[in-house]
Design a protein around this ligand. Structure first.
Ligand code: NAP
Length: 240
């Protein structure tokens, strides 16, 4: 059986591009999403080996149900891509306990819960690849996105520590730090801000979700078997 790939946030943006790349290569992809039933159905209609799983990654019971459903169906998960995430832009003074909970419970707790549920199966097989989608803001910090940046920096710490913990179990853990990628996440930004961000990018364009999908595929592939605990930037040169 070909490898089973679990991707969180597979319905839109970066997660969808990662899902489509693996699906087009003939892998079976289980895609967790929170709300977008119609987009999940679109993928089901397009790809017979796409398995949609509706679950909120910030909720332990939903994650455990989702992961046991996938293990029940396929008996294994070979690669986990923790991609589901949200961003909210405001001054730190305007953040609240509720916004803190929302941002951290999706971006960090979500990755923790899904990874914790998936790991025992990988450890049993002594094989697995885990890829966490962080952000360039997790490396360099973004004004107006202090909590988002902190959650993405936490995910980098999580990646490095877990890489050391599970290395002898044959599992690699890496992170990808995208720059500005044109997805729904950028919908709140004006055309002027988007063109400023493009100009600030040395490669002089915004990223496409496919730019990140390719990096994930590389980190999954045998070519990356000796790479673990790393943060791979794909940001057009924004952070050098
Ligand atoms: P997006 O277009 O907004 O898509 C987000 C995806 O995550 C959707 O599939 C959504 O599902 C899912 N999701 C959100 N909260 C969830 C939850 N609690 N449980 C399950 N699924 C959930 O975002 P994107 O731009 O592709 O971003 C993907 C990842 O890349 C995020 O971690 C983001 O922080 C990171 N990133 C993005 C950029 C960028 O410029 N776009 C840059 C750096 C890093 P529904 O469709 O059901 O809502």
């Amino acid at each position: 059986m070909k490898d089973i790939i679990l991707i969180t946030g597979a319905t839109r943006g970066i997660g969808r591009a990662i899902a489509e790349l693996f699906l087009n290569k003939g892998f079976t992809v289980a895609g967790i999403y929170k709300e977008s039933d119609s987009l999940a159905n679109e993928l089901v209609e397009k790809f017979e080996n796409f398995v949609p799983v509706k679950a909120d990654v910030s909720k332990k019971e939903e994650v455990e149900r989702a992961v046991s459903l996938i293990y029940g169906k396929f008996g294994k998960i070979d690669c986990l891509i923790n991609n589901a995430g949200i961003s909210e832009a405001r001054l730190l003074q305007d953040e609240t306990e509720e916004s803190y909970e929302r941002i951290f419970s999706t971006n960090m707790k979500g990755a923790f819960l899904v990874t914790k549920s998936v790991l025992p199966g990988m450890i049993n097989k002594k094989k697995g690849k885990i890829i966490n989608i962080s952000s360039m803001w997790g490396i360099t910090g973004g004004a107006m996105e202090v909590l988002y940046s902190a959650s993405k920096a936490a995910l980098i710490g999580f990646t490095k520590a877990l890489a050391k913990e599970v290395a002898l179990s044959g599992i690699t853990v890496n992170a990808v730090a995208p720059g500005v990628i044109k997805t729904d996440m950028l919908n709140s930004l004006s055309e002027d801000i988007l063109s400023e961000l493009k100009e600030e990018t040395p490669l002089n364009r915004l990223g496409k979700p496919e730019d990140i999908a390719g990096v994930c595929y590389f980190l999954y592939s045998d070519s990356a078997d000796f790479i673990t605990g790393q943060v791979v930037s794909a940001d057009g040169g924004m952070v050098i």
